[in-house]
Design a protein around this ligand. Sequence first.
Ligand code: GAR
Length: 208
Amino acid sequence: MKKIVVLVSGGGTNLQALIDAERAGEIKGGRITCVISSNPSAYALQRAADNGIPSRVIPRREYPDSVSYSKAVLEALNEEKADLVVLAGFMTILDECVTKAYAYKIINVHPALIPSFCGEGFYGLKVHEAVLEYGVKVSGATIHFVNEKADAGAIILQGTVDVRREDTPETLQRRIMENVEWKLLPKAVSLFCEDKIEISGGKAYVKE
Ligand code: GAR
């Protein structure tokens, strides 16, 4: 059984999707063993507690910079003996001390179709605001490995939704979460835990 450590900062609906999938037997070969939050008041912590999952809080604001914060996260991941790290609404960019130590072992969910609307500054509702401002007709979410550049690691899965004229950032976010994020994140995690993701030439492929 691979040990899955989930990093969160907010509401934790993606964490909930992972918990529900695990309960339903849909995460084959893996178990969520710890939740780490950058935000002491994240509702995701309540979701972990409600489901008997141990949690840790490593408050981002207690560290002067990304490097010192990432070192603290790295120490916790090592202590937890994480086989897979999932960033599920984790709003802090991790320094390369973490991404190098856990190369191809960190999975992120990004709420747009990478390489559009991604990178530094594109997170949460800001992504959907930018999508509506541009006027694109299709958006979605991307599940990808995390490397040294923000939102630039190998893509594992992507899914789309149509953008509607009457959409607000909130309605678009909700439709993308329901139709793409909550389905594809557990799926990618299960594929990883079953050793069904192959890396070749820096790209990720799902094995048949
Ligand atoms: C999700 O839409 C996730 O894709 C996004 O924040 C939301 C978190 O929701 N993540 C990012 O923007 C990371 N760059 P949740 O806390 O309910 O899972």
